[in-house]
Ligand binder design. Structure first.
Ligand code: SAM
Length: 493
């Protein structure tokens, strides 16, 4: 694949976009604290009798603060581990609000459709993966992709490492914080949040110990609420992909895909290749790798990549980190303890998961990265899970998937059609092609796909299992096989 060079303007935009995302992470704690202060203001408005009745709420707010500070500690660890693909000291004007043209905010009821194009608006960094790709028949033929890929080895306990993102993270982001109890001390942390209320008072008063304290001034931005929401969604995505609590959701979404791949490729002595566009936090791509595929996750969100990098490459053992994912909503809780319950992760140690050599995470826009000539007929399988409806133009996604696959290759899909850009009324008037399932299948047939398996699967996306409200999808699952001889596309060209 030919190396893609970026103009100064493109690089500047990328840096701005990334700075905005880092700022959102940095401001996580401040934003959450603001919410708690709002609860307290409402509490103060109560009559003395009502206050007395709800006396315990004061304590709850302190516990909330403590949970927020634990989440913030985790966020700071994550940022420290992130090696940005650019020198972040460039473009230090700090005002990222005009990056909004790359953002398409939507307020859906859950996080399923809130990870928008905020991020690798162009695929960004050249990386040299030649050794791994050549050695293990990774479908990306040319070592020099135009994206930033993280490669994982397959030896047990071997550290999974990212290559290609070359700029030093810590000095540039200035995130060197000493404090952290959210990882490597999770059990104590969870006990404190739920039961040791006095500790909560103590820790919340120690402001110097809070992670945002040493934040470089240029990251003290007035972060738009939509960005704050995204950080909270990432925290929920951690539960979906990497916590024991997410197992039910993973069994509903990922298990049918894994079983199908297992059925379709019974002989994996020479590992088949599988691409997972819109890989989120990488669990599905990792499971596919563990199943015996040369698996590549593709993801364009820096929010996601910063987090998956931490989990895949920087965790040392199962359940070493603890977060409090559900603290940001007081609604639909059966009890305060439900809302404040800790969740530890990762439920498995990723680099001990028996991954197949050649596992990688590739950063960049699916359309840009995989439209490359070198990607044509490169993959045995493409797996899309809650991804198709992220398209501006779903026809383009399907056309690219068809081109990527070898003749006879399979496309396994699972997900709804909640088109991400369906209600974007931004100044850009984004394109959004919104097709019914029937039309999606018709387009797929046009590009030479033959339907082999089709069913509907009930599932949730980043749901809080203890909540009184559950949004469920009737997601479409299918397996389609590419039969190039049936494609009408080439006949039209
Ligand atoms: C709804 S999430 C699903 C994540 C994961 N597949 C799962 O099931 O948990 C959709 C993901 O696709 C990513 N995404 C959206 N458009 C993309 C694009 N054009 N290229 C690469 N990733 C994209 C988003 O950032 C997000 O992580």
């Amino acid at each position: 694949m030919a190396e893609r060079r970026y103009t100064e303007q493109e690089t500047a935009l990328e840096i701005k976009s990334l700075r905005r995302i880092v700022a959102a992470y940095f401001n996580y704690q401040d934003a959450a604290e603001k919410d708690v202060r709002r609860y307290e203001r409402s509490f103060k408005m109560l009559s003395p009798a009502h206050k007395e009745l709800l006396f315990h709420l004061g304590l709850k707010y302190q516990r909330l603060r403590w949970c927020i500070s634990m989440n913030a500690s985790f966020v700071m660890n994550m940022l420290e581990a992130f090696d940005p693909p650019f020198d972040m000291s460039q473009n230090e004007d700090g005002d990222c609000h005009d990056c909004a043209e790359h953002m398409h905010g939507h307020n859906h009821a859950d996080c399923a459709h809130s990870s928008e194009r905020s991020d690798f608006s162009k695929s960004v960094v050249t990386t040299n993966n030649s050794a791994l790709h050549a050695q293990h028949d990774c479908p990306r033929e040319d070592a020099k992709s135009n994206a930033c890929c993280g490669e994982a080895g397959n030896k047990k306990d071997e550290k999974v490492h990212i290559v290609g993102c070359s700029q030093p993270a810590v000095p540039n982001l200035g995130t060197s914080q000493g404090v952290d109890k959210s990882c490597h001390g999770g059990e104590d942390a969870s006990a404190a949040a739920n039961y040791h209320d006095t500790d909560c008072f103590a820790s919340s008063t120690d402001e110097n110990a809070t992670p945002g304290h040493n934040m470089p001034p240029d990251f003290h931005l007035d972060v738009p609420p939509v960005d704050v929401d995204k950080v909270r969604c990432i925290i929920r995505n951690i539960v979906r992909d990497w916590a024991q609590e997410g197992q039910i959701e993973r069994d509903e979404c990922y298990k049918p895909i894994l079983e199908e791949l297992n059925r379709l490729f019974p002989d994996r002595s020479r590992p088949p290749s599988c691409l997972v566009p819109g890989a989120g936090l990488g669990r599905l791509a990792l499971e596919i790798s563990s199943l015996g595929f040369v698996s590549q996750g593709n993801e364009f969100s820096y929010y996601m990549m910063i987090c998956s990098n931490f989990i895949l490459n920087h965790t040392q053992e199962a359940n070493e980190c603890t977060i409090y994912p559900w603290i940001h909503s007081n609604c639909n809780s059966l009890s305060d303890n439900d809302q404040l319950r800790p969740v530890s992760f990762p439920d498995i140690h990723p680099s001990s998961a028996g991954i197949t050599e050649g596992f990688s995470m590739c950063a960049g826009d699916f359309v840009e990265v995989y439209s490359e000539k070198s990607q044509e007929s490169a993959w045995d399988a493409v797996v899309t899970c809650f991804f198709l409806d992220t398209a501006h133009n779903i026809v383009e996604y399907i056309e690219i998937i068809s081109k990527l696959l070898k003749d006879g290759g399979v496309w396994v899909n699972m997900g709804p059609l909640l088109y991400h850009f369906a209600d974007s009324y931004g100044p850009d008037d984004d394109m959004s092609i919104e097709l019914s399932l029937e039309d999606v299948k018709r387009v797929a047939y046009h590009y030479g796909f033959v339907l082999e398996v089709e069913k509907m699967i009930d599932t949730t996306y980043t749901a809080n299992m203890a909540s009184m409200m559950q949004n469920r999808y009737r997601a479409a699952f299918w397996t389609m096989r590419k039969d190039a001889s049936r494609s009408k596309a080439k006949k039209c060209q």
